[in-house]
Design a protein around this ligand. Structure first.
Ligand code: ADP
Ligand code: MG
Length: 917
């Protein structure tokens, strides 16, 4: 157990003797024992004992101690004013944080100040702007096992629910296959997850924090009940029992993380006490959850159920190797990603929507075309596009704003920000008044400027309010007559005091008499020492200074009390009014979200159009896979295609076309290192993906059928990171392709079969090619250094060869990066080595070896045999392996060996073989 978590031993031993404050700390630690408790003491959040030692080291803050009659406790505190940056570090170190605030004013109570956990901050449930990336979602997930759609037998389905607590985005999906759920998880990359009973945690990636949560929140009844509180009848909304469990549990968790121990609801006689009492004994989060008004996260208004099969399927490997969100090269430029080249969005809303589109490219052509129509229209109209972009820059993050308003965490400035955004909406809307396509016309409809909300804020809240919401200065003049009266009283009183000086000077004849104010004594009349004789009877002495005396009069005191009283009541009234305005706006959450959605969509479309216009993209023609001549397969017809990311990172780029259809669907691509094979293959896949996002594509022309899945596998030579033996990874990934791909898939194989000996590698590559060709029927691009594969490709009826040629002049190698039909003549590896400056002698020796090997290759029989093996492999069978070597081989745990260990072991086995035979 981490000593930073749970009640400190030093306190637990003598809980009953602790001072009331330390007992409070102890009890909160016991209650929130999976989090570091930040305990408010005045202006600081303190931690004690193990948590203090840990925080001091992690946050580089001073470790002090607190001593009382019961002992001395290590203590470390962070200032509340910039707690967020420290909390971020705690989260990064893998902790959850429970923020225990003082919920009473210290003056209000005779005993110890009451404290309660107001927020539990976890990586997946952040709502603080400071802790979130503005242009990306932050998801928390729930994974649950349950019954599938009615026809399925019991509990055979796995569901995934995803929630962004900061924006209210809430999604659910499910599948009978764990892998399919794992693929969906990798699309959304949740930061945290809760996992239900019997659900496999291994569908979650390593960097996802798994939070223990009471299993009973995954109960069908309980889940259905909390869901219906939010969204009505769950069965109408979700597809299965498993989905209901996942969504219900996730809602319960979001409410728990919102904080608050719902004390007031305990024992309210609704028959739930027993369960609550029982769960109080558990040490898991969520024990205090009860469904009730105060818990509700009102801004969760939509739950979207989707089927993974509605979108182009990209698993974790494809997401990475197609560089959607993360650069592939370890020290590549940050923007060297697909999202980096596409993101010209003007506001956070659009940034997140664009990412969602990229994460989930579409399959249905009418949806793709709808986006393409809008992009085309915006591409054609420079003025509309640029004007929209300019206006959208003034759009605040409405989703998170309305979330804060709804959670009662918004201040008056937030309301003004909302108002400022609403103020630009009419102009944005007018840009779309003459739109032709349906998508833009719909947006024109949806861009509701919420005039009533804007008016309310304009009437109620001053233009430049302070951050604090309890100290007045927020509510505008004329909004509330009570407030105006109070302010009037205060103003009149002040005026009376302002006039007092002149009146008293006249009355007393003391010309130097002054009326002043200080925060300790309030208002006073100051008379210098020489004039003290002239002071009237009703002056009461208050303060003696060196050269003067200060007085008050009963009348002045009375006025002062009046002013202070009126000001205090005015502040209270302002706070009341502000909360009422905030809550009224909170009631409009769905309309604000609708507007946010429309603005986000417009921003994403404008971004796609901007890129299309600026970088000379063309509109792809989306083909119907069921058309006669396509026959349900994939057709790709690209001329002058460019790699969207690479073309931005270098000065010139050579465009290349690509032609695939059901007749010619498997290409074996050869060419020397660095000639452009990998770039070409990814380019084809990225263009397909972009088209399905609804984006224009970097090409002269493109005609495509939507593909359903993209698989990409990069050979071991390109990918050395990771603990497992790379060859195992490669084979594992290949197995997935061979199992899951079909004729609507696009498969990229880049140098697979490299992690093993040439003979094995070739054999495997060949067998894979045949299988993809004969059984799977997927559209495949296979870059390989195994030249015999090109011969195979010439023989298979639906396969063909492509290659990159290089030119050699005077030992120099010139890359043209131009794809051509046919197989490459050689690998040119040796020439590249020369060009790279490898010494002459080594190059000469390499040439000799190449020639010798080539001679050997022509004598060895490498034609495929019927069962897909090669005669080369079979020939080793005639030479029996000694038992000792065979046994050693069998026992090898290849999956757990490093390459060096593998080589060492191979060397040992080779010697053994020589000795034995
Ligand atoms: P291969 O996979 O054949 O070894 P790559 O695809 O990795 O080669 O390409 C090597 C480099 O060549 C790339 O990093 C890129 O800079 C350049 N390159 C590739 N294709 C092109 C192209 N079509 N036009 C211009 N440069 C290219
Ligand atoms: Mg390559």
């Amino acid at each position: 157990m981490d000593p930073a978590l749970g009640p400190p031993d030093a306190m637990a031993e003598k809980r009953d003797e602790l001072t009331p404050m330390m007992r409070q700390y102890h009890d909160l630690c016991a209650r929130y024992d999976d989090a570091i408790v930040l305990f408010q003491v005045g202006d600081f959040y303190e931690t004690f004992c193990g948590a203090a030692e840990r925080s001091a080291r992690l946050l580089e803050i001073a470790l002090t101690s607190r001593e009382d009659s019961t002992g001395e406790y290590p203590m470390a505190g962070i200032p509340i004013d910039n707690a967020e940056s420290y909390i971020e570090d705690l989260l990064e170190a893998g902790y959850r944080v429970a923020v225990a605030d003082q919920v009473e004013e210290p003056g209000e109570t005779s005993g110890v100040v009451e404290r309660a956990v107001t927020r539990v901050i976890t990586p997946g449930t952040l709502t603080e702007d400071e802790l979130l990336a503005s242009d990306d979602n932050n998801f928390v997930a729930a994974v649950a096992r349950g019954r599938g759609i009615d026809t399925r037998p019991a509990d055979d389905e796995l569901a995934l629910a995803l929630l962004d607590v900061s924006t209210g985005d809430f999604l659910a999906t499910s599948s009978a296959a764990n892998e399919a759920v794992a693929d969906e998880v990798s699309r959304f990359a949740p930061a945290e997850a809760v996992v239900g009973p019997n659900a496999p945690a291994d569908v979650l990636p390593d960097d996802c924090m798994v939070t223990p949560f009471d299993e009973h929140v995954f109960d069908r009844e309980r889940s259905a009940s909390i869901l219906s509180e939010y969204f009505g009848e769950p069965d109408a909304l979700l597809a299965s029992d498993a989905e209901i469990r996942a969504c219900g549990a996730l809602l319960a968790y979001a409410e728990y993380a919102r904080g608050g121990e719902h004390e007031g609801e305990k024992g309210d006689g609704n028959g739930d006490e027993e369960r609550d009492g029982e769960s109080d004994d558990t040490s898991k989060a969520g024990r205090s959850h009860k469904i009730g008004e105060t818990d509700r996260l009102e801004y969760l208004t939509h739950l979207t159920r989707y089927d993974p099969r509605e979108y182009l399927l990209l698993d974790a490997v494809a997401l990475r190797s197609l560089e959607l969100f993360e650069p592939r090269a370890v020290n590549g430029r940050d923007d060297a990603t697909l999202v980096g080249v596409l993101d010209e969005t003007a506001c956070a809303l659009g940034g997140r929507t664009l990412r969602d589109w990229l994460r989930r490219p579409l399959l249905e052509s009418h949806r793709i075309e709808a986006r393409l129509d809008a992009v085309e229209e915006l591409t054609g109209s420079v003025q509309t596009r640029e004007h929209c972009h300019e206006l959208l820059r003034d759009v605040y993050d409405l989703e998170r704003l309305i979330g804060r308003i709804s959670r009662e965490r918004a201040n008056a400035r937030d309301l003004r920000s909302l108002r400022d955004t609403l103020a630009v909406v009419p102009e944005i809307r007018s840009q779309l008044a003459d739109a032709d396509c349906d998508r833009l016309r719909d947006l024109h409809e949806d861009l509701d400027p919420l005039a009533d909300v804007r008016e309310l804020i304009d009437d109620a809240v001053v233009t430049d309010p302070p951050i604090e919401i309890t100290e007045g200065g927020i509510i505008a003049e004329g909004y509330d007559s009570d407030l105006d009266d109070l302010r009037g009283t205060a103003r009149d009183g002040k005026q009376w005091i302002d006039d007092l000086e002149a009146r008293e000077r006249e009355r007393t004849g003391i010309d130097s008499l002054k009326v002043g104010y200080n925060s300790v004594h309030g208002y006073y009349i100051e008379v210098t020492n020489p004039n003290l004789d002239a002071v009237p009877e009703n002056y009461q002495r208050r303060q003696t200074l060196k050269n003067s005396e200060r007085f008050v009069t009963p009348e002045l005191k009375e006025r002062e009390d009046e002013i202070v009283g009126a000001e205090e009541r005015a502040d209270e009234r302002e706070y009341e009014l502000f909360c009422a305005v905030r809550s009224d706006i909170g009631d409009e959450v769905e309309r604000v979200q609708g507007l946010a959605d429309a603005l986000a969509t417009l921003d994403a479309l404008v971004s796609l159009a901007t890129v299309a216009a600026q970088y000379d993209y063309c509109r792809p023609e989306i083909l119907d896979p069921d058309a006669d001549h396509i026959d349900g397969g994939v057709q790709i017809d690209i001329t002058g295609g460019r790699h969207p990311v690479v073309e931005r990172t270098q000065e010139s780029f050579v465009p290349n076309g690509a032609q695939f259809d059901s007749e010619q669907r498997l290409a074996v691509i050869t060419g020397p290192n660095m000639s452009g094979k990998s770039t070409y293959m990814r380019q084809v896949a990225q263009l397909v993906l972009l088209a399905q996002v609804g984006s224009f594509v970097p090409a002269e022309s493109a005609r495509l059928t939507p593909v359903e899945r993209v698989f990409t596998r990069v050979g071991a030579s390109d990918d050395i990171a990771g603990g497992r033996s790379t060859f195992m990874v490669e084979m594992d990934e290949l197995a997935t392709i061979l199992r899951d791909a079909d004729e609507r898939s696009l498969v990229l194989l880049d140098e697979v079969g490299r992690g093993t000996s040439t003979a094995d590698g070739l054999a495997i590559a060949q067998a894979i090619t045949e299988h993809l060709h004969d059984a799977v029927g997927a559209t495949t691009l296979f870059a390989t250094h195994h030249h015999p594969l090109t011969e195979l490709a010439e023989e298979l009826p639906n396969a063909f060869t492509l290659h990159f040629e290089v030119e050699q002049t005077d030992g120099e190698v010139v890359f043209h990066h131009e794809i051509e039909p046919g197989a490459a003549t050689g690998s040119y590896g040796v020439e590249v080595a020369t060009a790279a400056g490898v010494p002459e002698a080594v190059v000469d020796r390499s040439r000799e070896l190449v020639d010798a090997n080539a001679a050997a290759e022509t004598t060895a029989e490498t034609e495929p045999t019927a069962d897909g093996g090669t005669s080369e492999l079979e020939s080793t069978e005639s030479d029996p392996v000694p038992d000792s070597v065979a046994a050693a081989l069998r026992d090898l745990n290849v999956g757990h060996m490093t390459p060096v260990e593998a080589l060492t072991e191979l060397d040992r086995l080779q010697r053994l073989l020589e000795e034995e035979s």
